[in-house]
Design a protein around this ligand. Structure first.
Ligand SMILES: Nc1ncnc2c1ncn2[C@@H]1O[C@H](COP(=O)(O)OP(=O)(O)OP(=O)(O)O)[C@@H](O)[C@H]1O
Length: 232
């Protein structure tokens, strides 16, 4: 579905991504782990075409990806919400994609229930707590049924209960709607709970990628082993 070929990125003299190759396929959840500054967020910006890489190519279903596309939606580390109500935030992506009114309403009702947001429906985004805002941002990203959802530390503002809610919804929607998800996380337990495949990035390189169980139990690289055991 999404293929990244020999991607490198450089800021000034600093190479933050180095010759990364990987193919993401439909319906799967991918976890990206790695130390601070490894290049995880940069990789997300590049693979969604928010940022042009210095070298390499991104392919989306046999087409070169040069700008963001509606099939891919994102939730960034500091989620941005429109300064309007929760309802309007959730409907925004459906309106610009010209969904029929009845389907917009059905999707809105589904999301309000799923994300336990019904009581906030008419509340303004600026009046929400960090965790409520994160739920709205995630619901808004999922609303238009993207083919691929990209999440940078989605649980950073969530308590354990809402983190579990988010993980369950993600798994359920990936299964039910065939959506793929790429999740950057610092929480190794979350990577284990969520991801089918985990990628380990360090100093801009993709050190290792594999099924989550195997990567955590039998890492191929010493760097991965040290990182997941908390030694670096
Ligand atoms: N716009 C930018 N201009 C210059 N340097 C940048 C820019 N964005 C990121 N960097 C640098 O690129 C490197 C990788 O940053 P990035 O945010 O991708 O890492 P990360 O793995 O997501 O880190 P963290 O886990 O701390 O969020 C860092 O050294 C960072 O300082």
């Amino acid at each position: 579905m999404l293929e990244i070929k020999d991607i490198s990125q450089c800021y000034g003299q600093h190479w933050v991504l180095k010759e990364i190759n990987f193919t993401f396929t439909e319906g799967r959840i991918y976890g990206i782990i790695g130390p601070n500054g490894a290049g995880k967020s940069t990789l997300l910006r590049v693979l969604t075409a928010m940022e042009k890489p210095r070298a390499g190519e991104i392919w989306w279903e046999k087409k070169l990806l040069t700008q963001p596309i509606p099939e891919i939606t994102c939730m960034w580390q500091k989620p941005y919400l429109f300064q309007t109500t929760v309802k309007e935030n959730l409907l925004y992506g459906l309106k610009i994609r010209k969904w029929p009114q009845r389907e917009q309403n059905e999707r809105l009702e589904y999301l309000l229930d799923k994300f336990r947001l019904r009581e906030y429906k008419h509340k303004y985004a600026e009046a929400l707590s960090g965790g409520e805002g994160a739920r709205v941002a995630l619901a808004r990203a999922i609303a238009p049924r993207p083919r691929l959802l990209v999440l940078d530390e989605p649980a950073a503002n969530l308590d354990p209960g809402h983190t579990g809610l988010l993980e369950n919804i993600l798994k359920e929607i990936c299964r039910a709607e065939g959506m793929a998800a790429i999740v950057v996380t610092h929480d190794m337990f979350q990577a284990k709970r969520l991801a089918d495949i985990t990628l380990f990035l360090s100093e801009g390189r993709l050190i290792e990628a594999g099924t989550t169980d195997l990567l955590f139990t039998q890492p191929q690289s010493e760097k991965t082993r040290k990182f997941i055991s908390g030694e670096i």
